[in-house]
Write a protein that binds this ligand. Sequence first.
Ligand code: CO
Length: 208
Amino acid sequence: MNFEQIFENNKKWIAEKTTQNPAYFEELSKNQSPEILYIGCADSRVTAEDLMGAQPGELFVHRNVANMVVSIDMNVMSVINYAVAHLKVKHIIVCGHYECGGVKASLQQKDLGILNPWLRNIRDVYRTHQTELDAITDTQKKFDRLVEKNVEEQCINVIKTAVVQKAYKERGLTVQGWVFDIRTGKIIDLKIDFPKILSHIMKIYNLE
Ligand code: CO
């Protein structure tokens, strides 16, 4: 993909949108009221809008290596705060994916420099679920399961935030955990039991 091609594609895209609706960009520029905050992996193959069939204005998106929600990461915390308290999204989706390079790297016992502290968070997910994961002998299945467990733990990290707890009580905000199966293209709903998780962790993490 070269830059000329990108600008050419952009022209075509503008033409397409304005043919369907001449006021498309005028309307788009006015404001945004997305109903969904999508937290996904930065992987180039996992494009939030494409895989969900979403249009501009429908998703508020945050992507990082291995779709992590780290409580001292000002970036993701600001995104969650802005999306929930100001944009008033109705749902938060944490979407992982099979064959995730970040999760794979965390399974290697290796010094990866500046990536170490980031990957440490995924290694902590492994340690939390070590009994289950160590029992899986098939390497691929173990990798897949860690991807799923990582999504679950990141959903829990979302639920630990005060702004999310408040929005859940006040207006029924939901948190969903998904895995994009990059081998088939399917989105798998891990069916995270939000109220159950909340009741489990509130003894320690209640911030209201
Ligand atoms: Co990834």
